[in-house]
Design a protein around this ligand. Structure first.
Ligand SMILES: *[C@@H]1O[C@H](CO)[C@@H](O)[C@H](O)[C@H]1NC(C)=O
Ligand SMILES: *[C@@H]1O[C@H](CO)[C@@H](O)[C@H](O)[C@H]1NC(C)=O
Length: 396
């Protein structure tokens, strides 16, 4: 072989090698997630962001994960709490499922509570865990605007792009909290009885117990009650958690011994505080169907109420049975979400096909693309804001 031929062969193999390398790198650019997330921007000139606290108990791991995927967006923050009724193993499985989602790994915006609390149904331990969640979320993320509580039986009826788009035109100090001071039968059966929640001081689970005596209805402040589900502003939660004013703390001590304190605490704090009572919009933004008179929990929603549920313009529905077919309908028709994948939004830039997750690659996370369900939701928010500005339905 002549020197020239040898040289040609080397050139040829070098070219082939670089072509192959180029081919491989372009393939991997298509299939592997971008190593660096796009910069998430927060602030008054950016779309609002939400802090979600999602909790559940025994047997709820898969539902919590599904709900997380349904409400996921890189701009938001999430705290998941699988309570102490569930095993350590299930909590670990939840944490590893969360970590396996490419966007969650890159944006690092989901945490799982590692030291769970015990929650007693109807007791104040429930309120304590909500306050703890709000405190954690305030501490770990300075970018969010509203705090939303969800439990494993809830599901969204709008996309996160819809939610953030519609909330872009809402004053960021407003609080969506269903409330009334008309106590009715609750005065005698909810406010005057004194209860103790043993989860606060006993290591083993037990039920709340009732004191034999009742106490007077307070007159140092006015009691408000309402739905335990809300969308609260960051500024109001700072007021509750940081506690420079004594009102949130005084009411917390009072509500420790009230049945279902979650249905009265935030409502009473906000309506008794002069700087926040004008910020209440009287709605919980949930779709629920109740019996008349209402039982403890609303009906389970199923496919037979799908149309009326999406026509309601609510942001979330409650409550659903595990893996009910109506959840698949919401996934297909509203969220456009594939099985075990995050609900796509304008931030997802991957190819949409049966073999690929469109949200395993992303572009600008600060851009929103509201879908058809945003219109209904916007109508209901507009109506609520009209109601709010008339002040006729506020802390009364
Ligand atoms: C709240 O609204 C009332 C009635 O319009 C008004 O008098 C009061 O000054 C407002 N409070 C704040 C803090 O804006
Ligand atoms: C939906 O739930 C209602 C009661 O809540 C029940 O009567 C109805 O049969 C259910 N429909 C389906 C399709 O499961």
């Amino acid at each position: 072989m002549g020197a020239e031929k040898k040289w040609l062969l080397t050139l040829f193999s070098a070219t082939l090698l670089s072509l192959l390398l180029l081919l491989f790198s372009s393939i991997s650019a298509f299939t592997s997630p971008k190593p660096f997330p796009s910069i998430v921007q927060h602030g008054a000139h950016c779309p609002p962001a939400f802090a979600y606290y999602i909790y559940g108990g025994r047997g709820d791991r898969a539902r919590i994960f599904r709900l997380l995927l349904a409400v996921y967006h890189p701009r938001n923050r999430y705290l998941l709490h699988l309570t102490a009724e569930e095993s350590e193993d299930e909590r670990r499985r939840l944490a590893s499922a969360v970590k396996a989602v490419p966007a969650v790994r890159a944006f690092g915006n989901v945490d799982v509570v590692g030291k769970p609390d015990r929650i007693t149904y109807m007791g104040s331990s429930n309120l304590a865990t909500t306050l703890r969640a709000a405190a954690i979320l305030l501490k770990v993320d300075s970018g969010w605007d509203w705090f939303i509580t969800l439990s494993a039986v809830d599901y969204p009826l709008v996309t996160q792009d819809d939610l953030s788009h519609v909330f872009s035109s809402v004053r960021r100090d407003l609080n969506f909290i269903d409330h009334t001071s008309e106590l009715g039968w609750k005065e005698l059966h909810r406010i005057q009885p004194i209860i103790v929640d043993p989860s606060i001081y006993l290591a083993r689970r037990s039920q709340i117990f009732h004191a034999t005596e009742k106490r007077k209805t307070p007159d140092a402040f006015k009691i408000f009650t309402g739905s335990p589900w809300f969308v609260l502003s960051r500024s109001f939660l700072e007021f509750c958690i940081l506690g420079w004013d004594n009102l949130p703390r005084t009411l917390l001590m009072y509500f420790t011994n009230v049945i279902l304190s979650e249905e009265g605490y935030f409502h009473s704090v906000i309506c008794n505080s002069p700087e926040f009572k004008n910020t209440t919009v009287n709605s919980d933004l949930r779709y629920m169907i109740w019996d008349t008179p209402p039982k403890m929990e609303p009906h389970f929603l199923n496919t037979s109420v799908y149309d009326q549920m999406v026509q309601s313009g609510a942001a979330f529905g409650r409550q659903f049975q595990k893996d009910d077919p109506v959840l698949d309908m919401v996934d297909v028709k509203i969220l456009k979400r594939g099985r075990n994948l995050a609900a796509p939004g304008a931030w997802c830039s991957g190819w949409k096909s049966w073999w690929m997750d469109p949200c395993s690659q992303w572009g600008d996370a600060n851009i929103l693309k509201p879908g058809p369900q945003a219109k209904k939701f916007e109508e209901s928010i507009t109506n609520l804001l009209d109601d709010w500005s008339s002040q006729s339905n506020q802390c009364k």
